[in-house]
Ligand binder design. Sequence first.
Ligand code: C2E
Ligand code: MG
Ligand code: MG
Ligand code: MG
Length: 279
Amino acid sequence: RAKKQGRNNICYFSDALEEELIDRIEIEKILRRAIEKDLVEIHFQPQVNLKNSEVIAVEALARLKDADGHYIPPLKFIELAEELHLIDKLGEQIFHKACQELKSWEAQGISIKLCINVSAKQFAKNSFVDFALAQVELHQIRTSKIELEITETTLMEDFDSVKSTLHQLTEAGFSIAIDDFGTGYSSLSYLKFFNVNILKIDQTFVKDMLSDEQSTDIVQTIITLGKSLNLTIIAEGIETLAHEEKLIELDCSMGQGYLYSKPLSSENFVKYLQTTMRP
Ligand code: C2E
Ligand code: MG
Ligand code: MG
Ligand code: MG
């Protein structure tokens, strides 16, 4: 029986590998074409004040369509773009498009903060600060309107250059958020060395918080220590009122998740704002 299972396993793994390889080749093609033709789409997910559901900011999330018009999850193409050294170009196109949308909202009288995800490789590039500054200049956007989301992994790269880049960006007026906080290897105390403004509690802790005491403790610890460092705390992945209630109880100030809205096209995001805004 073991032998049979073993053989099945081998078979299973090679099938899975083959599938993954086909997937990669297919996604690589889509990715290269999208970059060449500037086809990346951006969806937008609101970030709200938990106390009154007021929309404070919005996160830009990249979207790529396959040949059938289905969206490929960003987790699949962002990592691949990094591996293939395509992330710079892709990241620039995302940044540019997100700023264009912010501008179009401003023209409609909507004032909101825009959060843009920046991958570790993109951030580590010497030219990143200049690129970001050139973008706000080009679009005539105030830097205070832009928040850059980086991960703990990004922080763990070369200490001096990360510190210097963060210093330059925050001096220029950009805000910095640490995304997926709690999943990496950095410690809260490490944060005091960096110019960081916001912590985004990873959604896995929010998801498990109601059933698992350890997750609740982690959420509580991030909130308490984050506050002592004067950071704004955003909880990710809020799906239910029970999540929201618990987070308010733990004194978390902001949140993001399907409870408020899934990521939306720019047009639908504007509609969302219009239906949720109080007169
Ligand atoms: P992230 O930056 O942590 O973004 C939040 C992810 O959680 C998004 O997934 C969002 O759709 C999803 N989400 C939001 N609320 C909920 C919820 O209530 N429940 C659940 N289950 N999920 C929720 P998405 O758009 O698939 O993006 C996944 C990741 O891909 C992002 O995680 C980010 O790391 C990366 N990514 C997306 N767009 C970009 C980009 O433009 N540049 C870079 N470098 N990375 C990006
Ligand atoms: Mg993010
Ligand atoms: Mg996240
Ligand atoms: Mg994530």
